[in-house]
Design a protein around this ligand. Structure first.
Ligand SMILES: [Zn+2]
Length: 232
């Protein structure tokens, strides 16, 4: 292979390496990203917390109702024991009983409302659990895909490095210096194809004297406009 063919091959390898680096960055970013899953997990945990809080409220109401039931029983026992004969005391106990029954009835209304709230929250929690499972599956699939991509890129990069080293070994130090400098300063493209008589990178019409030297292909000829190495 002559020097120009070697440089074109080298540039192909280097550009494929650049593409691999971009693909690697995308895969690594995707692999590190679990934001959607974290949000779904947090939502699921929030539902569980809500339900626990409502259930605790319900238990406390139930205990309060139980206490009232016992008090009502006590009052009733005293009322109908026959031991109390004082009319005023009896009237007082009657009033106590009515008040206790009213409070118990209020508590029962609150319990019912709370049970409805728990049912709604249970429904909400089931939806959130389903959403979490779905996103979890999608994230696992995506991350597996990312890891497979990274493995493929490892293999591809190793092969490119081998080929690139073999090509560079056939080029002299000065040519490599020129090539590397142009790669670094010309957006990764050191070599440009001569298309008819124009530079394909910048479109500049190359003088005919240079065109014939490019066609011989035995030396480095540079575009007089963008300074890239021209290839026939
Ligand atoms: Zn040019």
């Amino acid at each position: 292979m002559n020097v120009i063919t070697l440089l074109v091959e080298l540039q192909n390898m280097d550009m494929r390496s650049d593409e691999n680096a971009a693909a690697r960055a995308r895969a690594e970013k995707s692999l590190a990203d679990a934001a959607e899953l974290d949000a779904a997990r947090a939502a699921r945990a929030q539902s569980d917390t809500n339900i626990s809080a409502l259930q605790a409220q319900l238990r406390s109401l139930e205990l309060e109702a139980q206490g009232l039931t016992e008090k009502i029983k006590e009052v009733n026992e005293r009322l109908y024991s026959g031991r109390i004969t004082n009319a005023k005391e009896l009237a007082g106990l009657n009033q106590d009983e009515k008040m206790l029954e009213r409070r118990k009835s209020e508590l029962e209304d609150r319990e019912l409302a709370l049970m409805e709230q728990i049912e709604a929250e249970d429904h909400h929690a089931a939806e959130r659990r389903a959403t979490f499972e779905k996103i979890s599956g999608q994230t696992t699939w995506r991350h597996d895909h990312d890891r497979a991509t990274l493995n493929q890129l490892d293999a591809s990069d190793a092969e490119l490095a081998r080929k690139r080293d073999a090509l560079r070994a056939q080029l002299d130090a000065n040519t490599l210096r020129v090539y590397d400098h142009l790669r670094a300063t010309k957006k990764g493209r050191a070599v440009a194809l001569l298309k008819n008589t124009s530079c394909s990178a910048c479109g500049y019409a190359v003088p005919s004297g240079l065109v014939s030297r490019v066609k011989v292909g035995s030396e480095l000829v540079f575009c007089t406009n963008c300074e890239r190495i021209l290839t026939p």
